[in-house]
Ligand binder design. Sequence first.
Ligand code: UD1
Length: 382
Amino acid sequence: MNRLKVMTIFGTRPEAIKMAPLVKELDKNKNVESKVCVTAQHREMLDQVLDLFNIKPDYDLDIMKSKQSLTGVTNRVLQGLEEIFNEYKPDIILVHGDTTTTFVSSLAGFYQKIKVGHVEAGLRSFDKYFPYPEEMNRKLTGAIADIHFAPTKGAKNNLLNEGVEEKNIYITGNTVIDAMSTTVEEDYRFKNEELNNIDYDNKKVIMVTAHRRENWGEGIENICKSLKHIVENNEDVELVYLVHLNPIVKDVAEKHLKGVERVHLLPPQDTKETHNLMNKSYMLMTDSGGLQEEAPHLGKPVLVLRDVTERPEGVTQGTVRLVGTNFDNLIKNAQELLTDKAVYEKMSDAINPYGDGKASKRIVKALLYYFNLEDERPDEFR
Ligand code: UD1
């Protein structure tokens, strides 16, 4: 067999962060012809990550539109990939996680009978509409995929329960932990001066992100109101809110928090700034999936602004607490972490359940094994 033709496809910022270490690993392997295709479901937020990891896509669908609809994204990705696959036919495409890019790319691959490898497979909340549309995106991708790279044992079990053949599932750990070994630095100086000017030693810095569709409207309103209350009632708190570029989210954050003392409303920062901000923070409040995996690696307690999660390991292990978006509940939980040292220390006692930094290596080895270019299966993440 000639070199294995592997096309990695992604479109949003978190997919890019988590695929970057894998792309690097594929590029290094002499048995692989590695191509990268971005849908650019995100534009600026994606380009930041491509720049940071110095990845130059071979194909760029450039589909993002302001306030894009799910249908619009779906149509543009499906159409665009058909044209690309007519020009270059990979042996396998690799997709990541649960975005609309993920699902539609796997569908486009299936339509042309191209094998599909699903990275970060098997996470389930078991609720069709939470997270929306991600739970269904991930399930549908799982139904199409030929090889499943499950980050944890729990994710593998979910796939087994759905009838996926065990031999096609590999427990790899999460590639985001691979990425963090290159981004987090102890004496990091931020490119953003506002972040350098914060007194991380004497203030309790709360890092915030919130953008999910199911929180649009009342959820985001409650989150912003409670953040204001928390800052105003705790003089030692400094709040850094990295506000998503979506106007639906941004307008609400600015309405409640712009100009409030000790609140820093900043646009999304690049991955290196974000990971290092997390490392210097006291705790996080977020509805993001990825931050729930990254923060335990750094021993930072996370209040998750959602009612369900497809990432239960952090909750079981204790670093992550699901708190929803109820105003009183948010304040109660934040106040406890800010003032009760024992509770804080228990939550920040980190053992990362999500990875050991070797996920990308395992995935490449598994791919080669699947195509008979390697004799042994990779070891599994435990
Ligand atoms: C998408 C994914 C979500 C993932 C999230 C990570 C879907 C349906 N949603 O949600 O699973 O958790 O990315 O951030 O796949 N925008 C910009 N510039 C950017 C990025 C976004 O201006 O670089 C604005 C645009 O107005 C765009 C809007 O944000 O229309 C929404 O982007 P979209 O990708 O549709 O949804 P996200 O909420 O980012």
